[in-house]
Design a protein around this ligand. Sequence first.
Ligand code: PLP
Length: 431
Amino acid sequence: MSNTFPSEYLDTIKVRARFPSLDIKDNGVNRIYLDNPGGTQICQSSLDQIQNYLLRNNANSGGTFRTSLDTDAVLLETRLAMSEFLNAETEREIVFGQNMTSLTFAISHSLTQWIQPEHEIIVTRLDHDANIAPWLQLSDETGAKIRWIDFDPRDCTLNLESFEKLLTNKTKLVAVGYASNSVGTINPVKKIAAMAHSVGALVFVDAVQYAPHAPTDVQAIGADFLVCSPYKFFGPHQGVLWAKYELLDSLPAYKVRPAENKPPHKFETGTQSHEGQAGTLGALEHIAWVGSEFGHDYASQFSAMSNRRLHLHCGMAAIQAYEQKLSTHLIEGLLKTSGVRIWGITDTNRLSERVPTVSFTVDGCQPRDIAKILADENIFVWDGHHYAIEIINQLGLTETGGMIRVGPAHYNTVEELDRLLEVLSERIETI
Ligand SMILES: Cc1ncc(COP(=O)(O)O)c(C=O)c1O
């Protein structure tokens, strides 16, 4: 596979060599993985960490013997690396869990004691349901009212004017996505957090679809909670919650009595997936490798950082720059394909406002049929509502099967996108 954007961005030959599943063929045909928003492929360093953990260190945490001590060392290292990836102040602000959804429900459950019937919770119609349903449940349990931020259907961006009008001293929580898993829009979460804080509300940011595409800095955003999922950035199935330490400390946790009463452990109920955390460390090692190989040009953006923290942030900046090239190619190609309608930002001068996840419909075709045509060519894409049911409803696409979603990652190439575009333009005419 040729390397389309040489060292100026990323050397995709070197990157791809670190992902063994990219070499798998079916009946001699390469796989083209564009299903990344649903979960990326796993990197070799993550696989190595999982295997090494299960082979050499497998034990429960907190003992005096070799494997238990090694387990604790791996878990601490992962927590440290994750705190650096998110630029948290301390690793004690990082909580691991099964996935983002479970962690978000845990926090919504914890907040029941703080929310009163006269309070209001603001959610958006641009979010994945995992950042809506837990807050609807909190509203059901407490009697607090739900208020919705709408979005502009023309480019799928949030309506901040309506948000401003919704904010009052009754607002206790604002839940917002950092980037849409459906249409790719990046929301101005720093601004939203500042607006929410001006009325004393807490801010919960779903960064599941942002963290895989750009550097994430919880201190710069200034939110109270932020969640992400390492299986969306080259690791195993895991979820991560960051929150300010004092906030975690003051919130009640649903836990067994002998478990620690202090964060982060009080929120990590039961035995954790140690191999999942080891694999997460491996995924972060990969991103730090990207930073050390291809991220030098970005170091000045992160002048307060050093060592692995710096490499992680430079790695994500290099990934972002490369993926913006892929976004341009994909959007321009889709716009030229007859019958295709992209939902979301299509202006390639506005790439800083979107991640490379691009969703579209094809006139007169069911998204499932298009996804099947692509699957026959071993091109993997998702179709449907992607759990972002509010977006699909607002855009009137529920009855027609939602959208086709193409989500490149840093190991995808322009040639792969060209193959997708070629199959689309050839086959759309025959449907
Ligand atoms: C934006 C967004 N939020 C939340 C989730 C749920 O994450 P998890 O599978 O870790 O529960 C997803 C999953 O695709 C997502 O894309």
